[in-house]
Write a protein that binds this ligand. Sequence first.
Ligand code: ATR
Length: 279
Amino acid sequence: MILSGKARLAGVLGWPVSHSRSPRLHGFWLRQLGIDGAYLPLAVAPADLALVVRALPRMGFAGANVTVPHKEKVMALVDHLDPLAARIGAVNTLVVRPDGSLEGRNTDAFGFLENLRCGCPGWVASAGPAMVIGAGGAARAVVAALVDAGIPEIRLTNRTAERADQLAAELGGPIRVVPWHQRSDYLAGAALLVNTTTQGMTGQPGLELDLSALPMTAVVNDIVYVPLETDLLARARARGNPVVDGLGMLLYQAVPGFEAWFGSRPEVTDELRAFVLAG
Ligand code: ATR
């Protein structure tokens, strides 16, 4: 699409940003919907973050995504911080309001839950306990989403126990921190298993977890999506558990931002999945 002088502008702020799939993802929707708009990769060094964020409304941007390493620091730079973003402790979406002020949101929790619900329509929060592996930034969005969805119990485990304790204390809700060395035992009776660690990512060893105690009906989700089928998902699939890969979380977290900036709610389709994967 050739841009006009009225084109709506958005982008992703990261450092580095070259690995980001967001320009491809939003670019697909802009083209598909025939929107006069652009979504740009914006490489912003940490020292320049405040300058760039404050310049966005002045440059006519409708907003932006924020990625590594800026998601926490940007919280202090916005005029309005969404309560969910404050709870999670990270902002991934900036929206410029009509008065030029900046709103900071977090759409990762929405993306996680929507991926789970669309990837496994039979799953409901009331089905039973969830086991969440990891206590980093991604885990905070996952745990907040599950608490808000009304899950009866979250068993949280992390290699570094203090981080899990801290996450549980900060987020509240029905969270039970369980010892890392007993993580395989605590799969008994779980209705959902989510890996939020970097284990299983290309270049990293697979997650060490014995699945034998996990009920066959439990849904297994990995938020890692490179590779699409991690060792954990392959093992879960082989024993018959329903599995949901992590790519959908990336795709669905992008929906609210796109709608806020460009005025149309885009759809997550198989065609989009294939296009983003091919990039
Ligand atoms: P993100 O924001 O992507 O969640 P992060 O904050 O660096 O990234 O968190 C990474 C998660 O992967 C953490 O739970 C981390 O465990 P620690 O808190 O103990 O570091 C987990 N992780 C990373 N490498 C790991 C490994 N070799 N074994 C187990 N867990 C690991």
